[in-house]
Ligand binder design. Structure first.
Ligand code: NAD
Length: 513
């Protein structure tokens, strides 16, 4: 990479190098080779980006715009991404390691988020509250100001698009810290914002490490809103910083999602859900299918089918559209192999896989299935974030639900059964932000998504997401009647203009905070 152009940060409508001269090398996870060098953002870049976003907010650049025009800006960003979608998908595929078709889907989804929230920008309304003849009262749904958005590497473009689109649609200005392991998609997003002619400073995209740029961003005194998408552990750090200044947060954290499979289930549908839910993107999805809870009478048959499917997955680089692509980094893979070693020590049985594919040059991990996983074990309880499935058998139907809910996480859950009564009974009892019936990843851009328990709070996707980007303010107006001769209503009132409204209100009528 000697002599390669350094990719810069997008701050206040300009491309800026790092003031410290720091550099971040970006790897191709399929072979470990450096594909780009990015200027590392530090506290100085954070400060410049927040200052620009704050200026846009204080000058009311986005707030005073007609909401329709804010929507039009987002449509233009979507158009700019679409015009280069194949090129951006290729960049996304190479930096994350994911399959090219999946990367194409990521670009399409990012575009859909932008268009979805663009269309909603002028449909967010307050309400008028009747309070009698002496008052006019209404609510406005105002932006927070500078929204700091921290994005993980597993879906760097689409996760950026989903939060940013909501923020801009509602009049917030944004500073995004894109992930240090996959920053190039965010750079392409910033280019699309530039092409779309967004006001300078409305969107700023910087790349730096979590402990430096990320920490400086969440601690910045002018940040008024945080959207954090990442691990539950880092989420705790973010919340501590946010609590110092009472900054509202949307927390999109990790998962340990389970599918409960009953004896009447379509087993081929379950296997298909495992293929996609557990192994897509090398298992590096927050809502991936990590635990398969199977009723005993079909357990052996299903496990055999799963084994055949998993051992048939093609392994190779994302650009070849293989089923099992590399993990994002050597470090991430090490965490997964360690989790596999602990699983064996805790008595789980490796049905297939369980180790790194070290003969390959990239960060490949074998597609892994463990059976006999007990509910108190590490593999049952802790997010692994890799291509590893934990299988546990149950007898009594209610135990399936109990097992599914028996972790601190609650991002997604699923049930497989042909019995509609049972499906609905389970859907109500599976304690997760999204519940899938007879499939996996059943949700879409328009369906609200987010965690319960330690998977976080606040919602992204769907119309509900907009609620997290505005704060309701109330405007109460005391009105005086016309001065004279304008009808009996005015004459009958106790308040006159001469007396002044303040003299008329009884202390006993006051509603205090
Ligand atoms: P991570 O928590 O390590 O990092 C996420 C982001 O936080 C990165 O940009 C990182 O630089 C930044 N960061 C790290 N330390 C920080 C700090 N002290 N202050 C501010 N920012 C900091 O997570 P990851 O490994 O990048 O991503 C995987 C995790 O993300 C998994 O747990 C996964 O489940 C979760 N995830 C959740 C969702 C969701 O929508 N719920 C979506 C995707 C990923």
């Amino acid at each position: 990479m000697a002599g390669a152009e350094v990719v810069k940060n997008y701050i206040d409508g300009e491309w800026r190098d790092s003031s410290s001269g720091g550099r971040i090398e970006v790897d191709d996870p399929s072979n470990g080779e450096t594909i780009a060098v990015v200027a590392e953002a530090g506290p100085e870049e954070v400060h410049l980006a927040v200052a620009a976003a704050n200026r846009v907010f204080r000058d009311r650049v986005l707030i005073d715009m007609h909401p329709y025009d804010r929507g039009q800006m987002l449509f233009r960003v979507a158009d700019a991404l679409e015009a280069r979608s194949e090129e951006i998908a290729t960049i996304n595929c190479i930096e994350t390691g994911k399959a090219l078709d999946l990367a194409r889907g990521e670009v399409r989804t990012a575009i859909r988020y932008l268009r979805y929230y663009a269309g909603l920008a002028d449909k967010l309304e307050g309400r008028s509250i009747p309070r009698g003849a002496e008052f006019v009262d209404y609510t406005v749904r105002s932006p927070f100001g500078v929204s700091a958005q921290i994005v993980p590497w597993n879906g760097p473009l689409e996760l950026m698009a989903r939060s940013l689109a909501c923020a801009i649609a509602t009049g917030n200005s944004v500073v995004v810290k894109s992930p240090e392991l996959a920053p190039l998609s965010g750079v392409e997003f910033a280019r699309a914002c530039e092409t779309a002619g967004l006001p300078a400073g409305a969107v700023n995209v910087i790349t730096g490490y979590g402990q430096t740029a990320g920490q400086a961003l969440i601690e910045h005194p002018d940040v008024r809103h945080i959207v954090f998408t990442g691990s539950t552990a880092t989420g705790r750090t973010v919340l501590k910083a946010a609590s110092e200044r009472i900054v509202p947060c949307i927390m999109e954290l990790g998962g340990k999602s389970a599918a409960v499979v009953y004896s009447d289930a379509d087993l081929d549908a379950v296997v298909d859900a495992v293929r996609i839910g557990t192994y897509l993107n090398a298992g590096q999805n927050c809502n991936n299918l990590t635990r398969l809870l199977v009723q005993r009478s079909i357990a052996d048959e299903l496990l055999e089918k799963v084994k055949v499917c998993v051992e048939g997955l093609t392994v190779g680089p994302g650009r070849e559209n293989c089923d099992l692509t590399p993990m994002i980094s050597k470090k991430q893979r090490k965490g997964v192999t360690e989790a596999c070693e602990i699983a064996l020590l805790e008595g789980a049985r490796a049905v297939t896989g369980g180790a790194a594919l070290s003969e390959r040059s990239g960060y490949f991990m074998a597609a892994t299935v463990f059976a006999d996983v007990t509910r108190d074990s590490n593999l049952f309880q802790k997010e692994v974030f890799g291509p590893v499935l934990a299988v546990t058998v149950f007898d009594d139907p209610a135990t399936g639900i109990e097992l599914a809910n028996d972790t601190d996480q609650g991002l997604a859950a699923g049930v497989f059964t042909r019995d509609i009564d049972r499906a609905l009974w389970c859907a109500d009892r599976l304690w997760a932000g999204q519940v899938y019936v007879n499939g996996w990843y059943v949700g879409g851009v328009e369906t609200p998504f987010g965690g319960v328990k330690q998977s976080g709070y606040g919602r992204e996707k769907g119309q509900e997401a907009l609620d997290g980007y505005v704060q309701t303010r109330n405007i109460g107006i005391r009105i005086s009647p016309p001065s004279s001769g304008e009808g009996s209503r005015a004459q009958s009132r106790t308040v006159t203009r001469d007396q002044g409204p303040s003299q008329a209100i009884a202390l006993s009528d006051l509603v205090q905070p």
